[in-house]
Design a binder for this molecule. Structure first.
Ligand code: PGA
Length: 248
């Protein structure tokens, strides 16, 4: 049975003390929900403060550089994260693709390097508005999947979570409709089936991301191909994150 996951992407928000407060608050108040994994991705500076406090919340990093070490000023390596005890990583978020010009080729490199080191990766894909308006979202997302994941084997795919995040829904309050979300998730699962076979397709968790909040999470998570969410804004509030986690 594939995993159900609710993950919070805190992005470049919260001071270290606010991060500790939110992290501890969620851990204190969130009842363990059977069959649902809870993951949070705080900023780098908070990671080392939170790793010792980890309980029911799994910690992950929002980004990493694929090299082991060396002259890459300002970057944090996969090996440094591993050394800290971090095993979960977001790769290919649309903000990194668009604001920091990360190409499909660079995303591919990160995927390979992260899996080689044993990370579980949250691979993000999703189309911008002009692509959706031109009805080309399927081709666009398929290209991201092909270049990011199609070189992997079945064992590596067991370490991959996919997050479908339509760019036009991220941080905009404009959530995808239930039909739009389910139809893209079913499309992704079918492409996994065609490329990797039914077992990988069935086992891979596909999360929805983009203005998911306590009032729409229940409907979204009830879709047969939606296995949870990657939550941005609504994950910065303890009560709303917990409510979303309880929406299965
Ligand atoms: P949002 O962000 O929930 O604030 O739309 C989601 C994400 O970027 O992962």
């Amino acid at each position: 049975m594939r995993k159900k996951i609710v993950a919070g992407n805190w992005k470049m928000n919260l001071s270290s003390s606010d991060s500790i407060e939110l992290f501890e608050g969620i851990q204190r108040e969130a009842e363990p929900i059977s069959g649902v994994d809870l993951v949070v991705f705080p900023g780098f500076l908070s990671l080392s403060l939170l790793v010792e406090r980890s309980g029911i919340l799994v910690l992950g990093a929002q980004n990493a550089y694929p090299g082991h070490s060396g002259a890459f000023t300002g970057e944090v390596s996969l090996a440094q994260l591993k050394d800290l005890g971090i095993n979960h990583l977001i790769i290919g978020h649309s903000e990194r693709r668009m604001l920091f010009h990360e190409t499909n080729a660079f995303v591919h490199e990160k995927v390979t390097a992260a899996l080689d080191l044993g990370f579980t990766i949250f691979f993000c894909c999703g189309e911008p508005l002009d692509i959706r308006s031109a009805n080309q979202e399927g081709d666009y997302v398929l290209e991201q999947l092909k270049s990011g994941l199609w070189h992997l084997n079945e064992t590596q795919m067991a370490q991959v979570v996919i997050a479908y995040e339509p760019v036009w829904a991220i941080g905009t309050g404009q959530t995808a409709t239930i039909e739009q979300a389910e139809s893209m998730h079913a499309f992704i699962r079918n492409q996994l089936k065609i490329h990797f076979g039914p077992e990988v397709a069935d086992q891979t968790s596909i999360l929805y991301g983009g203005s998911c909040n306590p009032s729409n999470a229940k409907e979204l998570f009830a879709c047969p191909n939606v296995d949870g969410g990657l939550i941005g804004g609504a994950a910065l509030n303890k009560d709303s994150f917990i409510q979303i986690a309880q929406s299965f």
